[in-house]
Design a protein around this ligand. Structure first.
Ligand code: NAP
Length: 249
């Protein structure tokens, strides 16, 4: 898929799925804005990708920070074709009544409000352009309960509903909004889950997880009209048919 000159913003691009996505989009010719809190990791990745990448330190839970990142991307690229709301955290993990309420709220600030802040900042730009794609990174946890993950499941269920509402409101303006549920992916987040030992996901063997390059490739494919049948919904990368369509198997 040729994405030459298209401008793609990715939150949570300092490692894991976001970093792999940045490389995948850049490999198709896109210009990529890399967002996360770890400025050093972002700068290293941007240097590795080359002049088509910019690193922008940003905390998605802070709407001012998110808005400034969108402004910087527009100043540099002059347009915004794709926004990937990928930044996410898994902690706090624990039984609901044992969970610190402030930690619970802090996760919601990143995983749910962070997605809202991103959409809130980019939707007016895309509406004005009359085109654009917004992809949220969803999870099986958006659709079913997992022991010890009250904050994470609630945040992902909320982000899934944001995806649906944004599609309902903005499809008519040419903005495509959809989610990717990647299955389990071999990243730092799965290491934290393994260390918790609390539920069946933590018991999975490392070889059960897919590589971050798989969701990265799926994200690129989701920017094409071939994925239009999924607008306003999640695409599950557990689905063998989807894996085949994306070219992963
Ligand atoms: P990861 O390796 O832990 O990476 C998480 C990314 O989010 C990092 O780049 C981190 O960067 C960034 N981030 C965290 N808090 C942030 C904040 N406040 N502002 C900006 N960036 C922030 O995890 P991952 O597995 O790649 O996860 C990426 C997404 O996939 C998440 O939404 C996750 O819920 C989802 N997901 C993952 C799996 C899985 O099995 N791994 C499965 C389903 C869904 P900094 O720390 O530098 O800010």
């Amino acid at each position: 898929m040729d994405m030459t000159d298209q401008a793609v913003m990715i939150t949570g691009a300092s490692r894991g799925i976001g970093a792999a996505a940045a490389r995948a989009f850049a490999a198709q010719g896109a210009r990529v804005a890399l967002l996360a809190r770890s400025a050093e990791a972002l700068a290293a990745l941007a240097a590795d990708i080359g002049p088509n990448a910019i690193a922008i330190a940003c905390d998605v839970s802070d709407r001012t920070s998110m808005g400034a990142a969108v402004d910087k991307t527009l100043q540099r690229f002059g347009r915004l074709d794709v926004f990937v709301g990928n930044a996410g955290v898994i902690d706090p993990i624990g039984q609901l009544a044992d969970t610190d309420p402030d930690a619970w709220g802090a996760l919601i600030d990143v995983n749910l409000k962070g997605v809202f802040h991103g959409m809130h900042a980019v939707l007016p730009v895309m509406q004005k352009q009359g085109r654009g794609t917004i992809i949220t990174i969803s999870s099986g946890a958006a659709h079913g309960p997992v022991e010890g993950w009250s904050a994470y499941c609630s945040s992902k269920a909320g982000a899934y509903m944001l995806t649906r509402v944004a599609d309902k409101e903005y499809r008519q303006h040419g903005v495509r909004v959809l989610g990717l549920s990647p299955g389990t992916v071999a990243t730092d987040m799965q290491r934290e889950i393994k260390d918790s030992g609390i539920n069946p996901v933590s018991q999975l063997d490392w070889s059960d997880h897919i590589a971050p390059e798989w969701p990265a490739q799926a994200l690129v494919w989701m920017c094409s009209p071939a994925a239009d049948g999924f607008l306003g919904d999640d695409i599950s990368l557990r689905d063998p048919e989807i894996r085949r369509t994306v070219g992963l198997i």
